[in-house]
Design a protein around this ligand. Structure first.
Ligand SMILES: NC(=O)C1=CN([C@@H]2O[C@H](COP(=O)(O)OP(=O)(O)OC[C@H]3O[C@@H](n4cnc5c(N)ncnc54)[C@H](O)[C@@H]3O)[C@@H](O)[C@H]2O)C=CC1
Ligand SMILES: O=C(CO)COP(=O)(O)O
Length: 368
């Protein structure tokens, strides 16, 4: 970590939270819009400028950062939405975080590791983080949530915000709920915790409502694993098997997600998945309107593979579900002699088989 050299004591900015968003994709840009509006509305708590680290690329002959900073839109990943004049796109990660006291992680999960590597030694003391990333990290028979990865790599506390939050809808101010998971052992009033006050002030709006739980691992896992179920729902749509079949997949998928988390992450609580937006809510939203669903449907209808469709259908946005299905398969394989759930996790395994092993989508239901 480095010491704060910038906020000279006595300056008007001293003591204000300074926010940096690590990621500028579809969700990153939508959440930047909310954070920018809330920071501006709370000048005694937040510095008005929100810095959004942007992986630089060309957009119609100009650097994307320059386009975002001159138009206040991100036409590449969230077109036609004004994200706020107080959002500044910054291509240099070190500069983006140099003064930050609050870090929001929202890159596609495949880029997190390299980003953390680059961040090492560049953040201030006392910084707090929240992750909005959906996925998990698997190494052999070990699995880690991204809140834990960020927390241990940077040695800072990390919360998680996940829910039924399709970015385009949130960006249009359509009503949504989300779940904030806080790393605390407190069983008291969560709302009074400084972490909760920080993140709720930054993210909550009348149309984007946040409930808080003390189960940060559960929030990460609900958001991460539901992408496998969305792929399964997309296969059902591609096959044209109708609403009953899709409901069966959502129910079965929910049970696998729930049992998997309780089996391998005993700190998670059933109520996080049953009652909160990051659990059953996100499964429903993603199985109806998510990108994983869309790509899986096209996979069945066109016979093309996931990466081809990611390129053609998502225009640079990234799919998380197939990589997560592979991670979960590898984890279950490594733990094959000790899985306790009777019958294992057949829906998760079938999705992996369809994505990576040429299994016919019709076989999705064979082992359920
Ligand atoms: N889009 C959505 O509706 C929601 C997404 N999420 C989660 O948020 C996370 C981020 O998703 P989105 O913002 O939608 O991203 P996205 O799917 O729009 O991906 C594009 C982003 O990836 C970046 N990127 C491309 N190559 C890169 C590289 N080599 N290094 C670093 N960054 C690179 C691009 O600059 C861009 O910011 C994911 O884990 C996703 O599951 C969560 C809730 C809703
Ligand atoms: O996580 C999401 C909504 O909560 C978005 O899911 P997709 O990545 O499948 O679009």
């Amino acid at each position: 970590m480095i010491r704060d050299k910038s906020s000279a004591n006595g300056s008007a900015d001293a003591g204000l939270e300074r926010v940096a968003i690590i990621g500028s994709g579809n969700w990153g840009s939508a959440i930047a819009r909310i954070a920018a509006s809330n920071a501006k509305a709370n000048p005694r708590q937040f510095h008005p400028e929100i810095i959004m680290w942007t992986h630089e690329e060309d957009f119609e002959g100009r650097p994307l950062t320059e386009v975002i900073n001159s138009t206040h839109e991100n036409p590449r990943y969230l077109p036609h939405v004004n994200i706020g004049e107080n959002v500044r796109a910054e291509k240099d990660l070190g500069k983006a975080v140099a003064n930050a006291t609050a870090l929001i992680f929202v890159t596609p999960h495949q880029f997190l590791e390299a980003t953390l590597e680059e961040l090492s030694g560049k953040i201030r003391d006392g910084v707090r983080a929240v992750t909005l990333i959906k996925g998990v990290k698997v190494e052999g028979s070990d699995m880690t949530t991204f809140a834990s990865v960020i927390s241990s790599r940077l040695n800072i506390p990390c919360s998680a915000l996940c829910g039924a939050n399709i970015a385009q809808e949130v960006a249009m101010d359509l009503f949504s709920e989300s779940t904030l998971g806080i790393p605390t052992s407190s069983s008291g009033d969560l709302e009074s915790l400084p972490e909760v006050k920080l993140w709720k002030t930054l993210f909550q709006t009348p149309k984007f409502r946040i409930r808080v739980v003390a189960d940060v691992e559960g929030v990460c896992l609900g958001g991460g694993l539901k992408n496998i179920i969305s792929l399964a729902a997309g296969f059902i749509d591609g096959l044209g098997w109708g609403a009953n079949a899709k409901a069966a997949i959502m129910r079965t998928g929910f049970m696998e997600l729930h049992d998997f988390c309780l089996e391998f992450f005993p700190s998670t609580t059933s109520s996080t998945f049953l009652q909160e937006s990051c659990g059953f809510g996100d499964i429903i939203a993603s199985c109806i309107g998510g990108r994983n669903r869309k790509v899986a449907e096209a996979m069945v209808k066109t016979g093309k593979n996931i990466s081809e469709l990611e390129d053609t259908l998502l225009d640079g946005q990234k799919l998380q579900g197939a990589l997560t299905a592979r991670d979960i398969h590898n984890f279950l394989h490594a733990r094959r002699d000790s899985v306790k759930r009777p019958g294992g996790y057949p829906l998760f395994e079938a999705v992996w088989n369809i994505c990576y092993n040429n299994m016919e989508p019709e076989k999705l239901i064979d082992n359920l």
